[in-house]
Write a protein that binds this ligand. Sequence first.
Ligand code: UTP
Length: 224
Amino acid sequence: MIFVYSLGGSILAGRDAVSLAEYAQALKELAAEHQIFVVVGGGRIAREYIEKARALGANETFCDMIGIGATKLNSALLVAALGDAAPQEIPDSYAQAARLAQPGKIVIMGGLAPGQTTDAVSALLAEYVHADKIIVATSVDGVYTADPEKDPAAKKLERMTPQGLAHLAMQTEMKAGSRSPVDPLAAKIIERSCIPTAIVLGSKIENLKKGALGGHTGTEIRPE
Ligand code: UTP
């Protein structure tokens, strides 16, 4: 099967070399049987740099370009952790990513264009390579009915439709570095492509496999 991961930058950046190697090992095990693509987010570096640039008067497109730079930096770290299992080239297009895919090789890429996040890149890549599933491995453990940090009555949704996800994403603010389960473009692409999507807590290594093959405790996005 073909799996596309959207890996939040914070999940990699907080790890030491040993822990990065463990994460890479889990991806290699999956790649023995499946074709894997991983789109890496910008994490804390992106947020810090964007905040400073914005405070200095940089426009939002330029802030996005800084964010893309951070995603590429994090991608390079994962490429280093994967060694021979990943091409050293970080693709600048979906076509290039598809060309780099080979059995046993894990294609790693970062952001591409301003105005979106790496979730959108993952969704578009998933469409492009006819992926069986998108796994959003992020800093939250699923989609909630409300912000669990602000509302104690917030409940995690086991399942959600792509339309529900799109509706939720459209309500969030579209600003460089903003936080939401997925950005509006990603949600719209997931809606149009109907590719099954899992939103799981990426810091748990076992969620890489469970997100793809089942058994996780996050949110599954599927048509009714
Ligand atoms: P991320 O995809 O990491 O965004 O890209 P995020 O959702 O804010 O981060 P996580 O999931 O919490 O780690 C970081 C920033 O890079 C820019 C955006 O500004 C984004 O917020 N970016 C990224 C783009 O402009 N285009 C892309 O294709 C990717």
